[in-house]
Design a binder for this molecule. Structure first.
Ligand code: URA
Length: 298
């Protein structure tokens, strides 16, 4: 949006969060590590290869990850298909054809090509979804459809999980990822990543509600952090909060005598829901969009 001032928040948490243990089998890594990593280009990798004297014709000095596993992780094919490609001599590591499926590579340093095409390795995957109503924000559920069920087949088995939950009947911006550190940074209230919601109420909100929200709504079990309430008229409001407690917005309005009849998340940090995404649609998040999550607009 033109004129919007963006301020970067420092990333902090390096801890593994509950998502990584519950839903995400992928090794946690610092989100900063990933984001600060220089763009890998062939030039960069070649320099690395010569400057650091990496041995390219033997695999014994690169005890990192199996080549077939790396290819499968990048959706080149299943593990079996990736192995077949390697055995057929269509995969090269740092310019040398490798036929051993268990050859160990460092996918972030080595230049891997498949059928002559460089593989642009991505450790983590991030997806923006326009969550439709009627779907659970969960990785899997035995009875009900989840947001992961809406993903295309090649992404369904990647261990992606929703970073933060929207209620079943809530729509809008949801990020799915396999990066537990990123999710933790995004959700921890101390990092002040604000989430903007649009709500329709059963009756108009008042200026008194605006004041109460700004001071911190008292719920039965806790006091909420200060929230911004903007009256749009016609029982429509926008709310900005940096917490994500269970049914938080619905409970905040209930505490001031109103019920939420419709709720949609519009923005996380400075990242807006892509208006081109129809409910139920998802697309990869661009690297610059990932950064916007940790930007403050003021
Ligand atoms: N607050 C709620 O009440 N529900 C949501 O889905 C998100 C925030």
């Amino acid at each position: 949006m033109p004129g919007r001032r963006i301020k970067q928040i420092k990333g902090t948490a390096q801890r593994r969060n509950r998502f990584s243990t519950l839903c995400c089998p992928v090794r946690p890594r610092s989100a900063e590590d990933i984001e600060n990593r220089p763009e890998r280009t062939i030039v960069f990798a070649q320099e690395t290869r010569y400057n650091r004297g990496i041995k390219v014709d033997g695999c014994e000095n690169m005890p990192k990850e199996r080549l077939d596993k790396v290819l499968a992780s990048q959706n080149v094919g299943s593990r079996k298909e990736s192995g077949a490609l390697i055995r057929r001599g269509t995969v090269a590591v740092n310019g040398t054809v490798v036929r051993q499926v268990d050859c160990k590579v460092d996918p972030e340093q080595d230049v891997i090509s498949v059928q002559g095409q460089p593989l642009h390795f991505q450790r983590f995957h991030y997806i923006m979804m326009n969550k439709p109503a009627g779907v659970l924000s969960a990785a899997r559920d035995f009875r009900q459809k989840t947001v992961v069920d809406l993903l295309p087949p090649e992404l369904k088995c990647r261990g992606l999980f929703p970073a933060g939950r929207l209620d079943r009947d809530t729509e809008g911006l949801l990020l799915l990822m396999d990066d537990g550190d990123f999710a933790h940074r995004m959700l921890a209230p101390k990092n002040h990543v604000y989430k903007l919601y649009e709500a329709r109420l059963d009756q108009p909100a008042t200026m008194e509600d605006v004041r109460i929200f700004a001071e911190g709504v008292e719920l039965s079990d806790r006091t909420c952090l200060p929230a911004e309430l903007l009256l749009l008229g016609d029982q429509c409001v926008q709310v900005r909060i940096c917490e994500g407690k269970f049914h938080q917005i619905k409970r905040m309005f209930h505490a001031v005598g109103k019920e939420v009849v419709y709720l949609k998340r519009l923005r996380i940090g400075a990242l807006d829901l892509d208006p081109a995404l129809q409910p139920g649609q998802a697309r990869p998040l661009l690297p610059e969009e990932r950064e916007k999550v940790f930007c403050l607009e003021d």
